[in-house]
Design a protein around this ligand. Structure first.
Ligand code: OOG
Ligand code: MG
Length: 261
């Protein structure tokens, strides 16, 4: 039977997603039992992340998701989504990620924007770029809280768009052209995925334009000091204990981490 979100409160869904992440235990898809619309899914995401903020985590930015064909095909959802990043999700460049803290983590090669001036609403590419302080290569660690990494659109939105970790490399001048840079995801010295930043909505800057519009719909403004991840340029790679991961982005450099138990 399908219940309305009134029968299963959004706060209850938010608690389920948050506890699944905290305990690294998979849960059933929400849409198996609840009719969840997009607005309610984003409201659930906000409630779930507010539980993190109540525990002392700080907002660190946002991540865009499903901005490339390869990502949409891999998860079977073809709408651009976004999620919230907190400081506790950040892993130092060259740092260690603990496999046991996640359910079924994957990594994907990304581009990060450092926001330098408040940004929200409908903006042009030039206006979005004017708010960027720097750009960097990045690796996002995603971990769906749902069994078998399977979800519908509103499940993944409610689950904070699978956000669980991110690693950012050295910052470059925001004037660096980023529309068509070669991107390689390496695992243990071998190329696992190869792509281009052009796979991200044709130009990662378009992802920032979308981010500005989408957060404004939720009453948020991208804040100076926040990071915006533009979305994976290739399919994501499952992480295994012992993996050494590197993301190499042409002209921007390298970011890396190691997977321990
Ligand atoms: C959803 C998150 C997608 C991206 O970069 O496309 C994402 C998922 O794949 O679980 O982070
Ligand atoms: Mg991503």
């Amino acid at each position: 039977m399908t219940g309305s979100p009134n029968q299963t409160s959004l706060a209850e869904l938010a608690e389920r997603a948050d506890e699944a992440a905290r305990s690294a235990t998979a849960i059933a898809q929400f849409t198996d039992t609840v009719d969840l619309g997009v607005a309610d899914a984003y409201a659930t995401q906000a409630l779930s992340v507010s539980r993190r903020l109540q525990r002392g985590e700080q907002m660190a930015g946002i991540k865009m998701g499903l901005t490339s064909r390869a990502k949409m095909v891999q998860v079977g959802v073809d709408e651009v989504i976004w999620g919230r990043l907190t400081d506790a999700m950040r892993v130092a460049d060259g740092g260690i990620v603990h496999r046991s803290h996640y359910i079924h983590p994957r990594v994907e090669p990304e581009i990060a924007f450092l926001i330098g001036a408040p940004l929200a609403g409908r903006v042009s590419g030039a206006e979005a770029l004017a708010a960027v302080a720097a750009v960097a290569p990045a690796a996002e660690i995603i971990d769906s809280r749902f069994e078998n990494f399977r979800f519908a659109l509103t499940d993944v939105i409610a689950d904070n768009s699978s956000s669980s970790g991110f690693v950012v490399g050295g910052w470059s001048d925001p004037a660096t052209p980023i529309a068509n840079l070669g991107m390689v995801l390496e695992c243990n010295g071998r190329a696992a995925e190869i792509g281009s930043s052009a796979a991200i909505l044709g130009d990662p800057l378009r992802s920032l334009v979308e981010a500005s519009r989408m957060v404004a719909d939720a009453g948020l403004t991208l804040q100076p000091g926040w990071i915006v991840l533009a979305g994976g340029a290739t399919a994501a790679l499952p992480l295994t204990v012992g993996d050494s991961i590197r993301v190499v982005v042409e002209d921007l450099g390298v970011v890396q981490f190691h997977v321990a138990d």
